[in-house]
Design a binder for this molecule. Structure first.
Ligand SMILES: Cc1ncc(COP(=O)(O)O)c(C=O)c1O
Length: 476
């Protein structure tokens, strides 16, 4: 199969002459960043990104960096896509904004809903003919909480309030999103989770398997934690279970193949709704338009955002399966919920152009049959590196655990922040890789060629070598 099916995107912008220090001063004086320690930031100054093209981004000092994270898991189609800028411009000149409240719609919102419905595979008795729009993954998960509760109220079971998520899952940063997620650092700030949201352990084999337990057995046992929690709460009180197909922000935790089918069996047994949060995993990231198809389960609601526009403009939403849509539409009357930017015409027009581009360039099929398997083969070679405990990919996400002892899997003292050490080497050497504790993770744009994967892998090996050399110098 050809490795060069995609022409490099046109260069649409060049580095402006940017006064880095002046921008950093403005930034430091006025801008409160997301997920940032501002005391720390003030001492070093923010990195100022100026432009991007294909799989590369540049900073204000002229440094070119291979973006191994697609921005924040979103620039699936790569940077510099003129088609997407044109779609935004055309729509802004035609109808830049109108709302979807009060029985009103617009052309791109209606067309996109139909397009998304056509892309979402029907599984068993479940089809996804309806879409609710928001502007982000977090908002979409707030919508899920509202929708799930409304569904059970309409069915005369208002006591079904509890939603079960997972430790180390990530579902966004709003009150509901952060509560559904299982990030202890987020729960520690602002009295989270909100009531009626509970968590079970994550299906992380390296951390939670018993000695000698096979991955397959572990997958079934980990799913069993859901059944135990349902029985503890009382099955008639549980509304839904939410999970990411592959946990992203938690460190690219790929569950055993047995996990999701067993989760499906359990939610079916108790009649509980299943929410698949595919904010990262949809739109080709795992080699399918939607990841539930790959992992073999039948969700009722699917959260999406990020890749639907390749991150060029904010758009999110929920694919509403027929089980829920039928009740909401036929029995619900007015659903008192929505956002000013639900169905924003510019966002929807850009999404339509993005999906068209992805279809034209076969980006999803390439991940499934070509660059995904190629990346897997190269990434798994990292398992031979002395610092790597376990390296694995799924589609176009990958994660590896940095360890002190390959034989025992012992990790370094967390105070050493080995992941951050490695991440520092990555950026200095022209690669963006993210550190989640001692897990190093990637989610590159889906347009990569084999040669670019090789380039990325060489950088990864170099940065692992540099990290190991640092540790050895300190006698660690
Ligand atoms: C699985 C998942 N859900 C929800 C979100 C929240 O999305 P947003 O940051 O657009 O609110 C994210 C963001 O990374 C995510 O990875």
């Amino acid at each position: 199969m050809s490795t060069n099916v995609i022409a490099p995107p046109a260069i649409v912008s060049r580095a402006q002459a940017v006064d880095t220090k002046a921008v950093q001063a403005l930034d430091s004086a006025h801008y409160i960043h997301a997920f940032t320690d501002h005391g720390d930031l003030a001492t070093r100054g923010a990195r100022v990104m100026t432009h991007a093209e294909g799989i590369y981004v540049w900073d204000s000092e002229g440094k070119k960096v291979l973006d191994g994270m697609s921005g924040l898991w979103c620039v699936n189609a790569g940077y510099g896509r003129k088609e997407l800028a044109d779609a935004a411009y055309q729509q802004m000149m035609t109808l830049p904004y109108y709302n979807s409240f009060f029985q009103t719609t617009n052309v791109p919102a209606a067309k996109l809903a139909a397009k998304l419905a056509s892309l979402a595979p029907k599984v068993g008795d479940r089809s996804f003919d309806h879409v609710f729009y928001s502007s982000s993954g977090s908002e979409s998960n707030d919508t899920n909480v509202r929708m799930v509760r409304r569904y059970w109220d309409l069915l005369g079971q208002p006591q079904r309030k509890t939603i079960i998520g997972r430790v180390n899952g990530y579902h966004g940063s709003t009150m509901a999103g952060a509560s559904l997620g299982g990030m202890s650092g987020m729960h520690a700030q602002g009295d989270l989770p909100i009531p009626n949201i509970l968590h079970i352990e994550q299906p992380y084999y390296l951390e939670n398997a018993l000695p000698g337990e096979s991955e397959a057995d572990f997958g079934v046992r980990a799913a069993g934690w859901l059944e135990a929690k349902i029985l503890e709460v009382g099955p008639d009180k549980v509304a839904a279970f939410i999970g990411e197909p592959v946990q992203g922000a938690g460190g690219v935790i790929i569950p055993p193949a047995t996990y999701w089918p067993e989760i499906q069996r359990i939610v079916d047994k108790y009649g509980i709704l299943l929410i698949s949060d595919e904010v990262i995993c949809a739109f080709g990231r795992l080699g399918h338009w939607f990841a539930y198809e790959k992992l073999g389960y039948k969700p009722d609601l699917v959260t999406f955002a990020k890749g639907v526009t390749s991150g060029y403009v904010p758009l999110g939403g929920v694919m509403v399966g027929n089980r829920v849509a039928k009740v909401l539409i036929e029995q619900g009357g007015e659903f008192n919920h929505g956002y000013t930017y639900s169905g924003h015409p510019v966002a929807c027009a850009v999404a339509l152009a993005n999906l068209e581009l992805m279809e034209r360039d076969n980006l999803v099929g390439r991940v499934k049959d070509d660059i995904g398997p190629y990346l897997a083969k190269q990434f798994e070679k990292l398992n031979a590196h002395p610092l790597v405990g376990h390296a694995q990919t799924s589609g176009f996400v990958g994660g590896m655990l940095l360890v002190k002892n390959k034989e025992t899997g012992e990790t370094y003292d967390s105070d050493l922040a080995v992941g951050m050490m490695c991440r520092g080497h990555c950026f200095s050497n022209g690669l963006i890789m993210r550190a989640v504790g001692d897990r190093m993770i990637i989610a590159p744009p889906l347009i990569m060629t084999h040669a670019q994967i090789d380039e990325m892998m060489a950088l990864i090996v170099k940065c692992l070598d540099l990290t190991l050399a640092d540790l050895r110098k300190r006698g660690l």
